[in-house]
Design a protein around this ligand. Structure first.
Ligand code: ADP
Ligand code: TRP
Length: 321
């Protein structure tokens, strides 16, 4: 079984990225042959600062390795180190109906907000399909918001196979129910674009302030809260502590007697402890960038070899060779 996923270097990674995509991906590296990459080509659709892209790309590499991606088990690389993916994207685009891309939510959301939409953003799902198909991927662990993209990939792959003969494996998205959508400090989906994130490796003071600033209602501590399971801090505690600890706080809130301040303090403490080891590892990696760059170079070489084989198969089947 081949597992593949990618993450854009478009800003500091947060708990939504971690619980929605990174942790499931890291767990899956035990279960098959895993390919994980930093989607720097994709970041070009919305980030236009070269230095920032370079810095973010290194940050994602450090974050992922610090959180447990093991380069002995997984192939870890930068998307743009395998330029073949852009050629495959072209082949796929010729079989992708405009009407399919017009349904794409990232394009629709941005244009609805009045953000100018470039062609790269419109064609984003085609490049993503190429990412997935060029490595003969079977399983794609992602958060719920990426499900549509994986479904589009399946549609495009089926179409290519029907038109030009069996070429691509048909991938399945893998979305973990309990972490499909991690809420941000304002209760909406946690996202870099909403400014509601808790960063995995955030500054202690800043994150403490963000957590203590989570808005709660004005019911006094003693009042029982029958809707305790919907409380944002309880939901996040279940992730950064454990279901048991989170449920314990939920029960105390439901019974009455637990103040919101104490609940938020517990959330901060558990968040900080959850990433304590990873924080230490990240500092070590940051002091050893030659190692990190070496991991990415090795990963690129392995990914490149596989991509060349699959691209050749596609070129042959569609009559370019
Ligand atoms: P953002 O919305 O912050 O820009 P990305 O779109 O770069 O995040 O997402 C990278 C990965 O993290 C994707 O697999 C996505 O599904 C997952 N992810 C992002 N935010 C969340 C969230 N709030 N809950 C669950 N998964 C998420
Ligand atoms: N679109 C994904 C995101 O924003 C990143 C991505 C690019 C990806 N190519 C991929 C994810 C291929 C999984 C597989 O999060």
């Amino acid at each position: 079984m081949r597992i593949l996923s990618g993450i854009q270097p478009s800003g500091a990674l947060h708990l939504g990225n971690y619980f929605g995509m990174m942790r499931p991906a890291i767990e899956l590296q035990e279960k098959g042959e895993a390919f994980y990459f930093i989607a720097d080509y994709h970041s070009m659709t919305s980030l236009f600062d070269a230095d920032e892209r370079r810095k973010n790309t290194l940050d994602v590499a450090l974050d992922f390795l610090a959180c447990g991606l093991d380069p002995k088990k997984s192939v870890f690389f930068k998307q743009s180190d395998v330029a073949e993916v852009t050629e495959l994207s072209w082949l796929l685009s010729t079989l992708t109906p405009m009407s399919l891309l017009e349904k794409g939510h990232s394009f629709k959301d941005k244009s609805a907000k009045g953000i100018p939409v470039n062609h790269g953003l419109f064609a984003y799902p085609v490049l993503m399909a190429a990412d997935i198909l060029i490595y003969d991927s079977n399983v794609v662990p992602v958060g719920r918001d990426q499900k549509q993209h994986v479904e589009m990939t399946r549609d495009i792959a089926v179409k290519f196979n029907e038109q030009y003969g069996q070429t691509f494996a048909i991938p399945e998205p893998q979305i973990r129910g309990e972490v499909a959508l991690v809420p941000g400090v304002d209760g909406q989906k946690m996202s870099k674009s909403y400014g509601n994130t808790i960063e995995i490796f955030g500054d202690e003071k800043i994150i403490r302030k963000k957590i203590m600033g989570i808005k709660m209602d004005s019911r006094p501590p003693a009042e029982p809260k029958p809707d305790a399971d919907k409380n944002l801090a309880v939901q996040l505690l279940k992730l950064v502590a454990s279901i048991e600890v989170g449920t314990d706080y939920e029960n105390r809130l439901r019974a009455g007697g637990l103040g919101y301040g104490d609940l938020k303090k517990a959330l901060f403490e558990n968040y900080w402890n959850h990433f304590a080891d990873a924080r230490k590892k990240r500092a070590e990696l940051a002091a050893n960038l030659d190692y990190v760059n070496g991991v990415l170079a090795d990963g690129a070489a392995k990914a490149h070899a596989l991509a060349q084989t699959v691209l050749k198969r596609a070129r042959r089947n569609c009559g370019l060779e």
